[in-house]
Design a binder for this molecule. Structure first.
Ligand code: PLP
Length: 439
């Protein structure tokens, strides 16, 4: 038992006091809610009815999102509220392990001390600091482009791109499995919207050949997050050239680690410079904090600074976050050690899983979807893993096509080889126990 100060009541009395306080507080809260409900506006009552129906529907379709609450920093081992001990974490986009890297954390602390918590302003009013310009310049150089515009997230970068650039005279050609932020961004623009089947270059060519649009913009994820597979960048570039189209690549699951020097999907595919426009995130491999950007022709970036709504009407990224991103870029550029470790962990996992008879889909990428098929089996597999202290998540319809439920595993450079081996062993044990593979 902890010693108490002589002026404090003994621990038992303190516990009793806090229990009493909680009862009184909860009672007050219930009364307050009751009072509020009595004078509830009719519109809110209607809202409850409508929303309750939708919530029930989400529960019936078993797509309710349960959030596990972490009580520790994001890392390869995490603590989860309500559970004892630590879990081995295989479901963050912390590809290079920078989210809680000591140098990145220290840089964020320094950014906070030097530049404060935030800007209380959008960029063009009084929200631009030297570090915002520095980060934009660093990203421009990193990608070998003309200019870069920073957003608070890649979701914002994507929702701010299409509406700013394209008018009703233009057309956008989008892979059916593109990320939600691309889909939403396209919804906001007035251009003709054409979707081509996932990675299907023949169908895309057919659409391009029949288009009379002024600007034709092909847009794809560089790496698709549910499948861990890579867009056919070379083929897309060839089609863009043939039909005088632009190619935009969302490289959120590639920037910083994919390709020899971490320049992303075009480097991995051996066609550096193939994309005309790159949108990417600073919330995954590079820092893991937050932020996004669009890099490409300087005229595009100038236009975005003037008309892109998520940029014009939302606060500048906060200084500690920008400082963390700058430090992360140093780490990405100055050493290949983290990328090498990530590649080794990815290989160890993929080979280990194949050896025990499990199928991992996707290309040579740290997104490793363990294919199961039936939704219930995938959910049992993920639950069994959690019981063994390994945190992974199952995905089923409608997030992925019917019949292709899976457990998605994401490797990090920060995993020790033994962490990876432990995960493979746990997968093998649980898959056998639930009858998914032979004992
Ligand atoms: N684009 C892709 C392909 C993503 O996977 C994500 C995040 O899940 C985003 C964009 C959004 O990134 P951010 O978290 O920076 O908004």
């Amino acid at each position: 038992m902890f010693a108490t100060h002589p002026l404090q009541p003994p621990v038992d009395a303190m516990a009793l006091r806090s229990t009493l306080l909680r009862i009184v507080f909860n009672g007050q809260q219930t009364r307050q809610i009751h009072e509020l409900k009595k004078k509830e506006h009719a519109g809110v009552t209607k809202l409850r009815e409508v929303v309750e129906d939708r919530l029930q529907e989400i529960k019936r379709s078993k797509t309710w999102k349960h959030e596990r609450i972490l009580t520790s920093p994001q890392d390869t081992k995490v603590k989860v509220k309500g559970s004892e001990g630590e879990f081995l974490n295989f479901c963050a986009n912390n590809y290079l392990g920078l989210a809680n890297h000591p140098e990145v954390v220290e840089a964020a602390r320094e950014g906070l001390s030097k530049y404060g918590a935030g800007l209380s302003s959008v960029r063009f009013i009084c929200g631009t600091q030297t570090m915002h310009k520095e980060l934009e310049d660093r990203l421009t150089q990193f990608h070998g482009r003309e200019d870069t515009i920073l957003y608070d997230s890649c979701f914002s970068a994507n929702t701010g791109l299409f509406e700013a650039l394209l008018t009703s005279e233009d057309a956008v050609f989008s892979d059916t499995l593109n990320h939600a932020s691309i889909i939403d961004g396209i919804r906001l623009c007035k251009a003709q919207k054409l979707r081509y089947p996932h990675k299907d270059l023949n169908e895309l060519e057919h659409l391009l050949a029949h288009s009379q649009a002024r600007l034709k913009l092909i847009v794809t994820d560089g790496v698709f997050s549910m499948d861990g597979n890579v867009a056919p960048i070379k083929g897309l570039r060839d089609l863009a050239d043939k039909y005088r189209a632009l190619l935009a690549v969302d490289d959120s699951h590639a920037t910083g680690f994919f390709g020899e020097t971490g320049r992303g999907t075009e480097e991995y595919c051996g066609v550096k410079g193939a994309a005309d426009i790159i949108c990417s995130t600073l919330g995954k491999a590079v820092s893991g904090a937050a932020g996004g950007y669009t890099t490409g022709p300087k005229e595009l970036v100038s236009l975005l600074r003037n008309v892109s709504r998520p940029y014009l009407f939302s606060n500048a990224p906060p200084p500690p976050v920008v400082a963390a991103c700058l430090k992360s870029l140093d780490l990405v550029e100055n050493s290949s050690e983290l990328r090498q470790r990530l590649r080794e962990n990815t290989r160890l996992f993929r080979e280990g899983m194949t050896a025990v008879g499990l199928t991992v889909a996707g290309d040579d990428h740290p997104i490793c979807p363990v294919m199961v098929g039936e939704a219930a089996l995938a959910s049992d597999l993920a639950a069994g893993m959690l019981e063994r202290g390994v945190y992974v998540v199952a995905f089923s319809y409608p997030v992925v096509p019917k019949g292709s439920a899976r457990v998605r595993v994401q490797l990090s450079a920060a995993h020790a080889p033994d962490d990876v081996r432990r995960a493979v062993q746990a997968f093998a044990d649980v898959a056998r126990n639930i009858g998914f593979i032979q004992k």
